[in-house]
Design a protein around this ligand. Structure first.
Ligand SMILES: [Zn+2]
Length: 60
């Protein structure tokens, strides 16, 4: 789900900036801050293989 700077994260997850490939980890209730690249929109990163954490190395 898409979130914007100034919103609060509605769940604990990683969020990917829509302007660059930067990801930030947010805890539920954290206020989202704008990315250093200037973008203010983030999309939740889907953890499709949560039991295989090593796969996160391949994600772009
Ligand atoms: Zn960014």
């Amino acid at each position: 789900m898409m979130v914007k700077a100034g919103d609060k994260a509605n769940k604990t997850a990683d969020y990917e900036c829509q302007g660059c490939e930067n990801t930030v980890h947010l805890n539920k209730g954290d206020t989202i801050t704008a990315c250093p690249c200037g973008c203010k929109e983030f999309d939740e990163v889907k953890q499709s293989a949560s039991s295989q954490s090593s796969q996160s190395q391949h994600r772009k």
